[in-house]
Design a protein. Structure first.
Length: 284
């Protein structure tokens, strides 16, 4: 039976009103003339071909999603309950907080990204392997959230990872540090017309006092337009919650742990962004 501690419900909403999203109205339409009618016909033909290719690529992605989901185990009931009760985190909750990572991804759209995140093997799992050398991964399939099935999917994955070698020697003298720990990451994928939110909460098992800290990662992807280029702005925020105070003998580690989590979160976001850029070049 897969049991898990209840998720931490983080109240991240700052005081004050939420920001408003202003959309570009787009170019002003003009009436075609005889001089440019041939050019317009060529452009229309090219646009039709591009649209057809885009539909074909999307169908291939959807086929990959279906094939991947059928090969995975369904999420367990306890994990579903955990992921269902996780809070959604959107960019308007961090209006007064600088993200640990921010990058524009030209050429990426919300529908394409949603499809890509569901393709198996998961790009998120591959990111874990590159970032923290995760192994023995046991992912569950994405499935609709119980409370909001129309716009939110949930998922869980269990894996092992080596414990970082940079644990201070003073800590190693006080507590026994294992070679690896077992982790479970619960994910929520919520999409609207104006934003895709990808939220993680991770629990560590087997690491001394791992149950004392809870990590939540909030990833936001919102459309942007710069001159003639459009895409998604990828931003990441990290929230660390100490659910229980550390013993006084190792309390000095809190600053080190916080620093390492923030740096690791920034590096893993850069890896994910690089992998998404590779997919864009492949024509997702």
């Amino acid at each position: 039976m897969d049991s898990a501690a209840p998720p931490v419900v983080l109240d991240l909403k700052p005081e004050g009103s939420a920001s408003q999203c202003v959309r570009d109205s787009g170019p002003i339409a003009t009436t075609p003339t005889a001089a440019n009618s041939s050019s317009l016909a060529t452009t229309a033909s090219s646009g039709t071909a591009n649209s057809s290719r885009a539909k074909s690529r999307r169908q291939l992605r959807l086929n990959s999603v279906k094939a991947g989901l059928s090969a995975l185990i369904p999420i367990r009931r306890s994990s579903l309950k955990f992921a269902d009760s996780m809070p959604d985190a959107s960019s308007d909750q961090f209006l007064d907080t600088e993200p640990v990572f921010s990058k524009k991804l030209p050429g990426l759209t919300i529908p394409a990204l949603k499809d890509l995140l569901q393709v198996e093997p998961s790009i998120l799992d591959e990111c874990m392997k590159k970032d923290i050398a995760a192994y023995d991964l046991t992912p569950a399939a994405w499935q609709p959230a119980t409370a909001s099935p129309n716009d939110t999917l949930v998922r869980s994955i269990r894996y092992k990872m080596p414990v970082p070698a940079d644990v201070p020697s003073a800590a190693r003298a006080v507590i026994k540090i294992p070679e690896y720990c077992t982790c479970r990451t619960f994910s929520r994928l919520r999409t609207t017309d104006t934003e895709l939110d990808l939220t993680f909460q991770t629990i560590s098992v087997g690491l001394p006092f791992g149950e004392n800290v809870r990590l939540q990662v909030a990833n936001s992807f919102v459309p942007y337009t710069d001159a003639e280029v459009s895409g998604l702005l990828f931003r990441r925020w990290i929230v660390v919650v100490w659910t229980k105070e550390l013993p006084w003998s190792i309390r000095f580690l809190k600053g080190h742990v916080l620093s390492q989590i923030m740096q690791s979160g920034k590096e893993s976001a850069a890896i994910l962004a690089s992998m998404l850029e590779e997919q864009i070049l492949l024509g997702i």
